[in-house]
Design a protein around this ligand. Structure first.
Ligand SMILES: NS(=O)(=O)c1ccc(S(=O)(=O)c2ccccc2)s1
Ligand SMILES: [Zn+2]
Length: 252
């Protein structure tokens, strides 16, 4: 996993004008009354597999139809759920990609959706300025277990190396906080190819997870079973990028 500081050599867009993540400064966000609520219609059974892809742990969904979509808020169309994945650190409260008033969280969940109304394929949407929408849940570490996150963390031992296994009927709505108030801004993928194609929707309220649950993410490996090196998968987060004049809007 190359370091974010060298990505610009192969991906010059890393120094572009709408890169992600960013530091969100709440009192500088513009309250936009025209921003309605985000609406999630996640069908119960479209989750397919959980994969350690060497960068993160990803749960893929069947996006062949509009069974699981997000709409409303800053979005002009419904966007189809494609996958969700996490970013985390190696200890304590570092590991999120977005920060809030300079404060980072222990981890961050990204629910990746694509605009299947305007674009024929995910790949096409992934390079379009309004092609993707990523819904963010910030994970705050305290003592208690998150009652549903264990479904994911209990499966992680099966994908310790770069492999995939099936998951049945996991509805990621259970990984979201009770309030869907959000900040939104135009940004990019946070890993190469860093396409500037993401409408970011960052939920303000974090969810609570335990150190034990976070620890299970950190036992994943970047490396495959056949490799003799064992490199723990941790700190797979990109630091905040320059705002470059962008406005962050707030839903309340
Ligand atoms: N962390 S993030 O949510 O910004 C993100 C990075 C990569 C992806 S992707 O795997 O969907 C993807 C999308 C387009 C091209 C290649 C991979 S999503
Ligand atoms: Zn991500």
């Amino acid at each position: 996993m190359s370091s974010p500081s060298v990505w610009h050599k192969n991906y010059p867009v890393a120094q572009g004008n709408r890169q992600s993540p960013i530091d969100i400064v709440p009192h500088q966000a513009l309250h936009d009354p025209s921003l309605g609520p985000v609406v999630l219609n996640y069908d119960q059974c479209t989750s397919m597999n959980i994969t350690n892809n060497g960068h993160s742990v990803v749960v893929q969904f069947d996006d062949s139809d509009d069974r699981s979509v997000i709409q409303g808020g800053p979005l002009d169309n419904p966007y189809r759920l494609k996958q969700f994945h996490f970013h985390w650190g190696e200890k304590g409260c570092h590991g999120s990609e977005h920060t809030v008033a300079g404060n980072s969280y222990a981890s961050e969940l990204h629910l990746v959706h694509w605009n299947a109304v305007k674009y024929k394929t995910f790949g096409e949407a992934a390079t379009a300025p309004d092609g993707l929408a990523v819904l963010v849940s910030l994970l705050h570490k305290t003592g208690d277990d998150h009652r549903w996150l264990h479904v994911i963390t209990d499966a992680l031992y099966m994908v310790k190396f770069k492999v995939s296994t099936t998951v049945n009927c996991f509805n990621p709505k259970c990984l979201l906080p009770s309030s869907l108030h959000y900040w939104t801004y135009l940004g990019s993928l946070t890993t190469p190819p860093l396409h500037e194609s993401v409408i970011w929707i960052v939920l303000r309220e974090p969810i609570i997870v335990s150190e034990k649950q976070l620890g299970k993410f950190r036992m994943l490996l970047f490396t495959g079973e056949e490799e003799d090196q064992r490199i723990r998968m941790e700190n797979n987060f990109r630091p905040p990028q320059p705002l470059k004049g962008r406005k962050v809007r707030s839903s309340i």
